[in-house]
Design a protein around this ligand. Structure first.
Ligand SMILES: *Cc1c(COP(=O)(O)O)cnc(C)c1O
Length: 491
């Protein structure tokens, strides 16, 4: 029996098991077909044949075993906690999967006439209303496929709005030093200069520092609340006022909405534009970079600037509306990732308003419980020591050893658990960023904290050794993985 060790992984697995002439297809019983299947190549027209396609030759059972084994080398939220801070890796209800995979959904086509897709369009219309209510915005465009794309849409709207309102010379966007990297990247992609706003020792952006950085150049500010340190920004209302007074607009990075769901609304904090990450807060899958959904919402004065299409309701029913007067244009085909949007709609309907508020209270409770279960001498809080956390906790691994946070993260894998986010936010030394979400039972939180505390004990005593030891794939050579990069540009 092959053990899936690092060495085994390095071998070309499939070719090793392949034997010439071994077949895995089930042959139909009909004699005539059977005789043709003896030479499967005869089914392919001669003009399309190649000499050899060099496929591995395996039995059906071998193929099954191979893929089942690979699937067991994976980690998922259905195997254990996935406490990746900032990612909100919560459980995605199975009922949403069932409905998203139903025939009606599978067979829907973006080009079918709107009158034959009224059910689905009505769902998107209602979803837009729910998201507007949850955030305190006036309208949403659902099409953008990720938080980052929502950000780009948002700052492009800010730019166009300012140009139409005598603000063409405003070319600076304020971004706090604790922000996610996508914020400055989106602002730069939209043609803005990024002005960094420092956070203080409590991890707070102060209205005073914002006011000092504001000028007639200010187009707006991108702000994450609670921030990536897991802390609520206590001066958010004053910060919004300062930016508005200077003539700029406020952008809300909604990636951390899990902490506020059903309890506080960015619209009430003075924000003009928001994005939500449905694949975080609204329990839709995070699939290796997509498909996700990062709808973007705005207040009334910006409604005509949204990316198209939006879903409209008229006398003849629902339709995809491409006629917004000042729209920045389309950023994604049709209504976006429709099956993802449907799952978010189901999630909201399953929970209702009070259920959504329970989500945020449980998420905050779980994060604070886990944080308080950690040894405070081993994992001191980086900022805001006396403050309560929101949906996640950021701690610093206390050690003289370089790469201590990475060692702790790798050691967690040996417990059959997933590591937290490491080395983010950038302003925290040896950072671990832990977000348990509301999905986790108490026992899991206890187990995780116990593992981290035990690992720290070994690290401190110099007994950690080379980690991880028990995983099917060992520690990746990160220098090799990133250094001799082969970059290819496809035009
Ligand atoms: C995840 C995240 C983003 C980017 O969202 P994507 O959907 O991954 O593009 C932006 N800001 C913060 C704070 C995030 O956590």
């Amino acid at each position: 029996m092959k053990r899936f060790t690092q060495a085994a992984w390095d071998e070309p697995l499939i070719n090793e098991l392949s034997r010439p002439g071994r077949v895995g297809n089930l042959v139909p019983t009909d004699r005539q077909i059977k005789s043709r299947f003896k030479d499967p190549a005869s089914l392919v027209p001669p003009s399309l044949r190649r000499d050899s396609v060099n496929l591995p030759e395996l039995s059906e059972l071998q193929v099954l075993r191979h893929f089942n084994r690979l699937s067991q080398m994976n980690f998922s939220v259905e195997l254990g906690m996935y406490p990746l801070g900032s990612c909100t890796m919560k459980y995605n209800p199975k009922v949403s999967e069932m409905i998203a995979g139903s025939d009606g959904m599978k067979h829907a086509h973006p080009l079918q006439p709107a009158e034959t897709a009224q059910g689905l369009l009505s769902i998107f219309y209602e979803l837009e209303r729910y998201l507007s209510e949850i955030t305190g915005m006036s309208r949403f465009s659902l099409s953008t496929a990720a938080g980052a794309q929502g950000e780009l849409a948002g700052v492009l709207m800010i730019r166009k709005y300012l140009m139409d309102h005598g603000g063409a010379g405003r070319d600076e966007i304020l971004v706090p030093d604790s922000a996610h990297g996508t914020n400055p990247a989106s602002a730069a992609m939209a043609g803005f200069k990024v002005v960094k706003v420092p956070s203080d020792e409590d991890g707070q952006v102060r209205a005073k520092s914002v006011a000092e950085l504001c000028s007639e150049k200010t187009a707006g500010m991108m702000f994450t609340v609670p921030n990536t340190l897991g802390l609520f920004e206590g001066e958010v209302a004053e910060v919004s006022s300062a930016v508005h007074r200077a003539g700029g607009l406020m952008y809300y990075d909604g990636a951390n909405m899990n902490a506020l769901l059903g309890r506080a609304r960015p619209g009430d904090m003075g924000f003009d534009v928001v994005h939500l990450n449905l694949h975080k807060t609204f329990a839709t899958p995070h699939g290796g970079g997509g498909p996700g959904a990062g709808p973007v919402g705005v207040t009334r004065k910006l409604a005509e600037y949204l990316p198209v299409p939006v879903v409209s309701k008229g006398k003849t029913g629902y339709s995809l509306d491409y006629d917004l007067k000042h729209s920045i244009g389309p950023l994604k085909g049709f209504v976006g990732n429709s099956a993802v949007l449907l799952r978010a709609y189901i999630y909201i309907r399953l929970l209702g308003a009070s259920g959504l508020a329970d989500v945020s209270s449980l998420a905050v409770l779980a994060a604070n419980y886990l944080w308080k279960s950690l040894d405070p001498d081993a994992f001191p809080a980086s900022h805001g020591k006396g403050m309560r956390r929101k949906h996640e906790a950021v701690v610093s691994v206390k050690s003289e050893l370089p790469g201590a946070a990475m060692s702790v993260a790798k050691a967690v894998l040996d417990y059959g658990m997933h590591a937290p986010t490491v080395y983010f936010p950038l302003i925290v030394h040896e950072a671990l960023m832990i977000e348990p979400t509301e999905s986790e039972p108490l026992e899991m939180l206890d187990e995780y904290a116990a593992a981290l505390n035990e690992i720290y004990g070994k690290l401190k005593d110099g007994n950690l050794g080379e980690v991880p030891r028990n995983t099917s794939v060992g520690k990746v050579d990160e220098v090799k993985a990133s250094h001799p990069m082969t970059l290819r540009v496809h035009w």
